[in-house]
Design a protein around this ligand. Structure first.
Ligand code: GCB
Ligand code: CA
Length: 879
């Protein structure tokens, strides 16, 4: 016996016993209720009838179908067995994010209320749980609190526990888990060069064991990217009962392997805490670290590791239908992968802190990042609001401190844009002052928390940020600029930034947003501002990137937005969607993504035939061949385009694209592009299917003919549910078809149609444009029976629009009503027709008539009685 004890004693002193923390998700099997009763918090409340859900979860899938999505209180409950064997441990629960506020109850006892929907929080529940028994976790979640940022914004505030929830157990001595949701360890890199990296590693240790000798050992090991040990140090810590013990270590690494987007080399810090008495390892953390240095100025722009690096990338929202924001980690990582593949070196994580998985992917794949807290559109004067802003900032910085990808912290987005809509003119100065004051406080706090990173804010294109002084507070001024979108003149972009630079020559500028909406159902050969065509988005972005590239004082730019994202309150061509994505919401890539890729990638050939967004085209043919434009995005020197095995022409792309006008035949056309890259042939192939609609309707081609016109629009409209393609409006010519007289309806000057939502249809864009006061639409055609369909929606009324849209609207004064008669071949079909009184403004009305044509023409006439006559779309079909 004695011998055995002796043997055990030796083993114990020489072997380390690992009894570290355990971390496990407790995401599954929660009960959920969309109602709110205080009794839901109690331990024994019977939630059998509630819905069973898994986390991540949100209750707001209603935001896909209505603008007044549910905002209020909901409850989540879970029964959780905490095994007896954990009795000697410390128990924590960690929520990665709950939008927007969470009130946590353990076995009926109120533990905490956490405000802010985008940061994690970790709660010590050791003294609240029963070991060896089932425990009740109840969480009341609210997504409408008026004092939690954001107070407004162009995104949906999806409520719910929408990121992972963890149960963590640790020994009695452990790294501090109660420091604003962080790991309790912070690695900074105050000085890095090619020769030497100086690191600082600090953190705190907690001891909750009264009986312990108050002594622990801290072992720090650093492994280089090749996993070789390059630093090791052990130190004794005095860790008295219940008093956090702070430690701080300066560490040097010679000839560091630097981290950069091109070579995202990661070191690993392994930090081990050992209890001296038992020599037992009680806690251990492994933290990836990146060694790099950076600075910013107007001459060199952003400098990384001593070299100028223009920052170009995208902003990214976190949603994807049908899950909205309750995404899996894989989905976050997939986005970073796609952004990286595009050649971006930067991401603006907008407008709020995002999932840990996203940041980890940025570190690993090499994407520099700006992360920000969600103060959006306006602030509140309430002290509680200020507190919540500060907490959000501290949480974000401490939680994501160790990510080498992060180089900028942001804290306000267009903070002055909404104030004029919400407050009277005389109240504004107070709010301006308050905003500046809050910004100053946050700036100070940011630098206290993290002097090693840059601060940044984003403004909308107004001088109010300069006038109030808001634009001079952070290190970098971010501008969200939409000339060529919300403002019609696209060259206004250059004028704006050049003027800013002239006024503030030493201020680094960042184009924190630029973007244009696009809807795959809208295609055009003559794109114009704000028509939501795929083509205008391409034109817009093809204008911005070179202008950004040219200017050194623009240190970086992030396109708005990587994806089409959900905004319950937005209208436009796809109500409830902001469609400025380079990718659709399901992450299939728009053609214009490849423009960025061609522009940015220097390491591999990019050769993309830009026809994915518009693979099936319909044209009006007056002759036998039909010529159509085909664009290729490429970084190659010269490209040959072959159509149906016939070489069209070899071209040098300009601004990473080239366009050929190619003859297409009805049906399937094969399009091939070939080029040479580093002496290797590169080639790609696509298909365009061409359908032809006759310009002259004859006995032969009228059989089965379905001719549809998108009145008042420059765009083809493709109904994705039926594949019917509506032709852009065209004037009547003898023997053909089209409008006679009238004008294109413009709700705002210089803009086609309206962006207000039209209900009663899934073909919103078709109804958002119309021709006003036409004399007629005329079709010359063979005699016979026709079905004629007329579509109307009165778009003149007062309808709300997005706050980001600064354009003025016309015709908003009181009006008498638009009343008109409609005749088909001189027969009155609609008498004193008043769509607005019939159905209200912006409601789609469709009428079908069977008409017998006997005189070789079908004419629809419009006669105004009061106001304007109009038509939004029309279609004829031979029967
Ligand atoms: C902005 C906002 C962003 C909007 C965007 C837009 O300036 O910062 O949140 O989504 O404009 O698309 O209007
Ligand atoms: Ca129309």
């Amino acid at each position: 016996m004695k011998k055995l004890f002796f043997f055990l004693a030796i083993v114990l002193t020489h072997l380390k016993i690992y009894a570290q923390r355990t971390e496990e998700t407790i995401n599954d099997n929660w009960s959920f209720s969309i109602s709110d009763e205080q009794s839901y918090s109690s331990k024994d409340f019977d939630d059998q009838k509630w819905a069973l859900v898994n986390l991540p979860h949100t209750w707001n899938t209603d935001a896909y179908s209505k603008k007044d999505y549910f905002r209020g209180n909901c409850w989540y409950r879970k029964r959780l067995m905490i095994p007896e064997r954990l009795k000697t441990k410390e128990i924590f629960i960690r929520f990665e994010a709950v939008n927007s506020q969470a009130e946590l109850f353990i076995n009926g006892k109120r533990k905490t209320i956490h405000s802010g929907g985008y940061n994690a929080f970790t709660i010590d529940i050791t003294n609240d749980v029963d070991f060896g028994k089932y425990n009740t976790i109840a969480v009341k979640v609210n997504n409408e609190n008026k004092n939690i940022p954001p107070l407004s914004g162009d995104f949906t505030i999806f409520g719910g526990i929408y990121r992972d929830v963890w149960l963590i157990s640790t020994e009695k001595q452990h790294f501090n888990l109660s420091d604003y949701g962080s790991d309790g360890i912070y690695v900074s890199t105050p000085l890095v060069s090619n020769e030497l990296a100086q690191l600082n590693l600090k953190g705190s240790v907690i001891n909750r064991d009264k009986a312990a000798k108050n002594e622990t050992k801290l072992l720090i090991k650093i492994f280089n990217p090749g996993k070789k040990l390059v630093y090791q140090q052990e130190e004794k810590l005095k860790t008295p009962f219940n008093t956090p013990y702070q430690f701080s270590k300066a560490i040097s690494i010679t000839k560091p392997e630097l981290w950069s987007p091109d070579r995202p080399s990661l070191y690993t810090a392994e930090i081990t805490l050992t209890e001296s008495r038992t020599n037992k390892v009680v806690d251990q953390l492994s933290i990836p670290i990146g060694l790099r240095w950076f600075s910013v100025d107007t001459k060199n722009g952003f400098m990384l590791n001593g070299k100028s690096l223009k920052l170009i990338g995208v902003c990214r929202h976190q949603d994807q239908a049908p899950l909205s924001i309750a995404l899996t980690d894989e989905m976050h990582r997939r986005d970073i992968q796609l952004i990286k593949e595009m050649g971006a070196n930067f991401i603006r994580i907008s407008h709020y802190p995002q999932d840990k998985a996203l940041l980890e992917a940025c570190d690993r794949l090499g994407l520099l990042a700006w992360e920000e807290i969600p103060i959006v559109d306006l602030i509140s004067k309430a002290p509680e609001f200020e507190e919540n802003c500060k907490t959000a900032l501290i949480e974000m910085i401490r939680q994501h401190y160790n990510h080498p990808s992060v180089v900028m912290w942001g804290y306000m987005n267009e903070a002055l844009i909404q104030l004029p809509y919400r407050y009277k003119k005389e109240e504004l100065p107070v709010y301006y002052d308050k905003t500046v004051e809050l910004a100053q406080k946050l700036e100070k706090l940011l630098k206290q928390e993290d002097p090693g990173r840059l601060s940044v804010m984003a403004f909308h294109g107004s001088q109010v940020y300069n006038e109030t002084g808001l634009s001079s507070i952070a290190d970098i001024a971010g501008w969200n600029l939409y000339q060529g979108w919300y403002e019609s003149d696209i060259t206004g972009f250059e004028r704006f930034v050049d003027k800013e630079h002239e006024k503030y020559p030493n201020r680094p500028l960042f184009i924190s947003e630029f973007g244009a909406g696009s809807d795959r159902r809208l295609q055009t050969l003559s794109p114009e501002v704000f028509d939501f065509s795929m083509q205008w988005q391409q034109n817009y972005l093809e204008h911005y990137l070179p202008e950004i590239q040219k200017r050194n004082f623009i240190v970086g730019a992030t396109e708005w937005n990587f994806i089409d994202f959900n905004v319950a309150t937005r209208q436009e061509s796809m109500p409830r969607v902001n469609n400025k994505g380079l990718a659709y919401n399901n992450r299939s890539l728009k053609d214009v993504y490849y423009y960025f890729k061609a522009f940015l990638r220097k390491d591999e050939p990019v050769l993309h035939i830009a026809v994915n967004d518009w693979p099936v085209r319909t044209v009006v043919s007056d002759s036998s061949t039909t010529v159509h434009p085909v664009k290729v995005y490429s970084n190659c020197a010269s490209i040959s385009l072959t159509v149906n095995d016939q070489l069209i022409e070899t071209k040098e792309p300009a601004n990473y694209n080239a366009i050929w006008n190619v003859p297409l035949k009805e049906g399937r056309n094969s399009i091939k592009a070939t080029s040479v890259w580093n002496n290797q042939t590169v080639a790609t192939e696509s298909v365009i299917v061409l359908k032809v609609v006759p310009g002259e309707i004859t006995e032969q081609n009228s059989n089965g003919l379905e001719l549809a016109i998108n009145a008042g629009s420059n765009c083809y409209f493709i109904d994705e549910l039926s594949n019917l393609c509506w032709q852009p409006d065209r004037p009547y010519q003898q023997g053909g078809w089209g409008y006679i007289g009238g004008t294109v309806f413009r709700k705002s000057p210089g803009r086609i149609g309206t962006t207000a939502e039209v209900t009663g249809t899934h073909n919103t864009p078709l109804f958002q444009t119309k021709r006003e006061n036409p004399d007629a639409y005329r079709f010359d055609l063979p005699n016979g029976q026709y079905e004629v369909e007329l579509s109307f929606a009165d778009l003149y009324g007062n309808t709300s629009k997005s706050a980001y849209d600064l354009a003025k609207t016309q015709n908003e004064s009181a009006f008498q009503g638009n009343v008109f008669n409609v005749l088909i071949n001189n027969e009155l079909v609609l008498e004193k027709f008043n769509p607005a009184t019939d159905a209200g403004n912006n409601f789609a009305l469709k009428k079908k008539y069977i008409i017998k044509v006997t005189n070789g023409a079908l004419t629809v006439n419009f006669k105004s009685i009061t106001g304007n006559s109009f038509i939004n779309a029309l279609k004829i079909r031979k029967i």
